[in-house]
Design a protein. Structure first.
Length: 154
């Protein structure tokens, strides 16, 4: 009986050759990608001048922006409260303002915590207004009352 030997070497050689082709393909792909990532010379040589920027309008300070925001909303009354000594509002001041303007639509701490701007469409009671005027430097910056809607009591 004769035995036939199968040749294993050609199968191994074919596999190695296939791996070589795959490796060559990967290297070629990476090289093509790297060559494609170069800057466009026509754009680099265009020498287009950068546009000059116009000077920006002066930015209003925080208080002016907050006050303008209150006026944009068309509140019937806008009040500005500051401490009489010119200091920053502390927690007790904020609580006092919150208690006496509980029906207000918006309260904003502004001007480096030195002013509270109160915007409301509701009447703040006379007793509350008097208490605020006694404790704080009180300014009424409400828009013209003739063009404002009739206030309603809450």
């Amino acid at each position: 009986m004769t035995t036939t030997r199968t040749r294993v070497e050609p199968l191994i050689a074919r596999r190695e050759r296939a791996i070589g082709y795959v490796a060559f393909g990967i290297v070629l792909f990476i090289c093509l990608i790297a060559l494609g990532c170069v800057p466009n010379e026509s754009i680099l040589k265009s020498n287009r001048e950068t546009p000059t920027t116009l000077p920006a309008a002066p930015i209003p300070d925080s208080f002016e922006k907050d006050l303008a925001a209150m006026n944009e909303v068309d509140f019937t009354w806008v009040y500005v409260l500051r401490r009489k000594d010119g200091g920053k509002m502390d927690a007790a001041d904020k609580a006092f303002i919150g208690t006496n303007t509980s029906d207000a639509n918006r309260r904003v701490l502004s001007d480096g915590d030195k002013a509270v701007i109160v915007g409301t469409n509701y009447i703040i009671g006379d007793a509350n207004l008097k208490a605020l005027k006694d404790r704080f430097d009180f300014r009424d910056l409400s828009p013209n009352q003739q063009s404002s809607p009739t206030p309603t009591t809450k």
